[in-house]
Design a binder for this molecule. Structure first.
Ligand SMILES: [Zn+2]
Length: 215
Protein backbone atom coordinates (compact mmCIF):
# COMPACT_ATOMS: atom_id res chain seq x y z
CA UNK A 1 0.00 0.00 0.00
CA UNK A 2 1.44 3.40 -0.99
CA UNK A 3 1.29 5.74 1.99
CA UNK A 4 -0.89 8.82 1.47
CA UNK A 5 -0.55 12.25 3.05
CA UNK A 6 -2.57 11.25 6.12
CA UNK A 7 -0.16 8.38 6.77
CA UNK A 8 2.70 10.88 6.71
CA UNK A 9 0.98 13.28 9.08
CA UNK A 10 0.18 10.49 11.49
CA UNK A 11 3.68 9.03 11.35
CA UNK A 12 5.30 12.43 11.91
CA UNK A 13 3.03 12.84 14.91
CA UNK A 14 3.86 9.36 16.24
CA UNK A 15 7.56 10.14 15.94
CA UNK A 16 7.15 13.23 18.10
CA UNK A 17 6.72 15.79 15.30
CA UNK A 18 4.20 17.76 17.34
CA UNK A 19 7.03 18.95 19.62
CA UNK A 20 10.24 18.67 17.62
CA UNK A 21 11.75 18.14 14.21
CA UNK A 22 11.59 14.59 12.88
CA UNK A 23 14.36 13.55 10.51
CA UNK A 24 13.56 12.35 6.99
CA UNK A 25 15.55 9.23 7.82
CA UNK A 26 13.09 8.26 10.54
CA UNK A 27 10.16 8.81 8.20
CA UNK A 28 11.82 6.68 5.52
CA UNK A 29 12.33 3.91 8.11
CA UNK A 30 8.79 4.20 9.45
CA UNK A 31 7.10 3.94 6.07
CA UNK A 32 9.63 1.60 4.43
CA UNK A 33 9.79 3.66 1.24
CA UNK A 34 12.46 5.58 -0.65
CA UNK A 35 13.94 8.85 0.51
CA UNK A 36 12.91 10.45 -2.78
CA UNK A 37 9.22 9.64 -2.19
CA UNK A 38 9.44 11.07 1.30
CA UNK A 39 11.01 14.33 0.06
CA UNK A 40 8.34 14.67 -2.60
CA UNK A 41 5.49 14.23 -0.12
CA UNK A 42 7.09 16.56 2.42
CA UNK A 43 7.26 19.27 -0.24
CA UNK A 44 3.53 18.86 -0.83
CA UNK A 45 2.75 19.02 2.88
CA UNK A 46 4.84 22.18 3.24
CA UNK A 47 2.90 23.82 0.38
CA UNK A 48 -0.37 22.90 2.09
CA UNK A 49 0.81 24.46 5.35
CA UNK A 50 0.63 21.18 7.27
CA UNK A 51 4.33 20.83 8.12
CA UNK A 52 7.40 23.02 8.37
CA UNK A 53 10.65 21.75 6.96
CA UNK A 54 14.18 22.77 7.90
CA UNK A 55 17.02 21.42 5.79
CA UNK A 56 19.18 18.87 7.67
CA UNK A 57 16.82 18.93 10.67
CA UNK A 58 13.59 17.47 9.37
CA UNK A 59 9.89 18.26 9.65
CA UNK A 60 7.51 19.39 12.34
CA UNK A 61 3.73 19.65 12.24
CA UNK A 62 2.14 23.11 12.06
CA UNK A 63 -0.95 23.72 14.25
CA UNK A 64 -3.12 22.92 11.20
CA UNK A 65 -1.17 19.74 10.56
CA UNK A 66 -1.42 18.69 14.18
CA UNK A 67 -5.19 19.24 14.20
CA UNK A 68 -5.64 17.20 11.05
CA UNK A 69 -3.38 14.42 12.30
CA UNK A 70 -5.15 14.32 15.69
CA UNK A 71 -8.60 13.80 14.17
CA UNK A 72 -7.26 10.98 12.01
CA UNK A 73 -5.38 9.40 14.86
CA UNK A 74 -8.47 9.52 17.08
CA UNK A 75 -10.64 7.75 14.49
CA UNK A 76 -7.87 5.28 13.68
CA UNK A 77 -7.28 4.34 17.31
CA UNK A 78 -10.95 4.08 18.23
CA UNK A 79 -11.36 1.54 15.42
CA UNK A 80 -8.28 -0.34 16.63
CA UNK A 81 -9.79 -0.67 20.09
CA UNK A 82 -13.05 -1.89 18.56
CA UNK A 83 -11.29 -4.46 16.36
CA UNK A 84 -9.12 -5.84 19.16
CA UNK A 85 -11.63 -5.74 22.04
CA UNK A 86 -14.78 -6.69 20.18
CA UNK A 87 -13.78 -8.59 17.02
CA UNK A 88 -10.82 -10.57 18.34
CA UNK A 89 -8.10 -9.08 16.12
CA UNK A 90 -4.51 -9.08 17.38
CA UNK A 91 -2.51 -5.86 17.51
CA UNK A 92 -0.56 -6.55 14.31
CA UNK A 93 -3.72 -7.12 12.28
CA UNK A 94 -5.63 -3.92 12.92
CA UNK A 95 -3.62 -1.26 11.13
CA UNK A 96 -4.84 -1.80 7.58
CA UNK A 97 -8.47 -2.19 8.64
CA UNK A 98 -8.34 0.94 10.81
CA UNK A 99 -6.59 2.76 7.98
CA UNK A 100 -9.54 2.18 5.67
CA UNK A 101 -12.21 2.79 8.32
CA UNK A 102 -10.78 6.10 9.56
CA UNK A 103 -11.28 7.71 6.16
CA UNK A 104 -14.98 6.86 5.97
CA UNK A 105 -15.86 7.71 9.58
CA UNK A 106 -18.14 10.72 10.04
CA UNK A 107 -18.03 12.82 13.20
CA UNK A 108 -21.31 11.25 14.30
CA UNK A 109 -20.01 7.70 13.85
CA UNK A 110 -16.81 8.63 15.66
CA UNK A 111 -18.80 9.96 18.63
CA UNK A 112 -21.05 6.90 18.77
CA UNK A 113 -18.09 4.55 18.53
CA UNK A 114 -16.33 6.43 21.33
CA UNK A 115 -19.39 6.14 23.56
CA UNK A 116 -19.88 2.47 22.68
CA UNK A 117 -16.27 1.75 23.66
CA UNK A 118 -16.69 3.74 26.89
CA UNK A 119 -14.23 6.51 25.94
CA UNK A 120 -10.95 4.59 25.73
CA UNK A 121 -7.79 6.63 26.30
CA UNK A 122 -5.19 4.30 24.74
CA UNK A 123 -5.04 2.19 21.59
CA UNK A 124 -3.71 -1.40 21.57
CA UNK A 125 -0.24 -0.05 20.69
CA UNK A 126 -0.12 2.27 23.68
CA UNK A 127 -0.91 5.43 21.71
CA UNK A 128 -3.00 8.13 23.35
CA UNK A 129 -6.56 8.63 22.06
CA UNK A 130 -7.37 12.34 22.26
CA UNK A 131 -10.81 13.53 23.34
CA UNK A 132 -12.95 15.03 20.61
CA UNK A 133 -11.44 18.29 19.31
CA UNK A 134 -8.33 17.75 21.42
CA UNK A 135 -4.89 17.23 19.95
CA UNK A 136 -2.78 14.14 20.47
CA UNK A 137 -0.29 14.65 23.23
CA UNK A 138 1.88 11.57 23.68
CA UNK A 139 3.78 11.28 26.92
CA UNK A 140 7.46 12.19 26.48
CA UNK A 141 9.40 8.97 26.25
CA UNK A 142 12.74 7.78 24.94
CA UNK A 143 13.03 4.80 22.64
CA UNK A 144 14.49 1.46 23.65
CA UNK A 145 17.57 2.32 21.55
CA UNK A 146 18.48 5.23 23.81
CA UNK A 147 19.01 3.44 27.15
CA UNK A 148 22.25 1.82 28.38
CA UNK A 149 22.77 -1.80 29.38
CA UNK A 150 21.36 -2.66 32.77
CA UNK A 151 18.31 -0.42 32.47
CA UNK A 152 14.98 -1.90 33.54
CA UNK A 153 12.26 -0.87 31.13
CA UNK A 154 8.55 -1.32 30.45
CA UNK A 155 7.33 -1.29 26.86
CA UNK A 156 4.87 1.58 26.80
CA UNK A 157 4.13 2.32 23.15
CA UNK A 158 5.18 1.00 19.78
CA UNK A 159 4.89 2.54 16.38
CA UNK A 160 1.69 1.44 14.66
CA UNK A 161 3.53 -0.13 11.74
CA UNK A 162 2.68 -3.56 10.34
CA UNK A 163 6.20 -4.90 9.78
CA UNK A 164 7.26 -3.85 13.25
CA UNK A 165 4.19 -5.40 14.88
CA UNK A 166 4.60 -8.65 12.91
CA UNK A 167 8.22 -8.71 14.03
CA UNK A 168 7.27 -8.19 17.68
CA UNK A 169 4.55 -10.86 17.42
CA UNK A 170 7.15 -13.32 16.11
CA UNK A 171 9.44 -12.44 19.02
CA UNK A 172 6.55 -12.70 21.48
CA UNK A 173 7.09 -9.16 22.74
CA UNK A 174 3.95 -7.36 23.97
CA UNK A 175 3.04 -3.97 25.29
CA UNK A 176 3.33 -3.36 29.07
CA UNK A 177 5.96 -6.13 29.43
CA UNK A 178 8.98 -5.40 31.61
CA UNK A 179 12.57 -6.33 30.79
CA UNK A 180 16.18 -5.60 31.65
CA UNK A 181 18.48 -4.49 28.84
CA UNK A 182 21.25 -7.08 29.12
CA UNK A 183 23.29 -6.44 26.01
CA UNK A 184 23.66 -3.79 23.31
CA UNK A 185 25.71 -4.93 20.34
CA UNK A 186 28.15 -2.48 18.74
CA UNK A 187 27.47 -0.57 15.49
CA UNK A 188 23.70 -0.34 15.96
CA UNK A 189 23.51 -4.09 16.43
CA UNK A 190 20.69 -5.90 18.22
CA UNK A 191 19.58 -5.08 21.75
CA UNK A 192 19.02 -8.03 24.08
CA UNK A 193 16.22 -7.92 26.64
CA UNK A 194 15.60 -10.38 29.40
CA UNK A 195 12.98 -11.08 32.08
CA UNK A 196 11.93 -14.11 34.14
CA UNK A 197 10.12 -15.68 31.20
CA UNK A 198 12.39 -15.07 28.25
CA UNK A 199 15.30 -13.48 26.48
CA UNK A 200 14.77 -11.67 23.19
CA UNK A 201 17.04 -9.91 20.76
CA UNK A 202 15.55 -6.86 19.06
CA UNK A 203 17.06 -5.17 16.02
CA UNK A 204 18.31 -1.62 16.42
CA UNK A 205 15.85 -0.43 13.79
CA UNK A 206 12.88 -1.86 15.72
CA UNK A 207 14.27 -0.60 19.03
CA UNK A 208 14.26 2.93 17.60
CA UNK A 209 10.47 2.78 17.25
CA UNK A 210 9.64 1.20 20.61
CA UNK A 211 8.98 3.76 23.33
CA UNK A 212 9.68 2.65 26.88
CA UNK A 213 9.41 3.82 30.48
CA UNK A 214 12.56 3.25 32.52
CA UNK A 215 11.75 1.64 35.86
ZN1 LIG B 1 -2.61 1.99 17.52
Amino acid sequence: MTPNREDYLKLILELGGDKEKVSNKKIVAGLSISGASVSEMINKLVKEGLVEHSPYQGVQLTPAGLEKASTLVRKHRLWEVFLVDHLGYSWNEVHDEAEVLEHVTSTQLEQKLDTYLNHPTFCPHGGMIPQEDQIVHEKDRQTLASYPEGTNIRIARVLDEKDLLDYLMDLGVKIHEEYTITNIAAYEGPITLQNDQKEVSISYKAASTIFVDSL
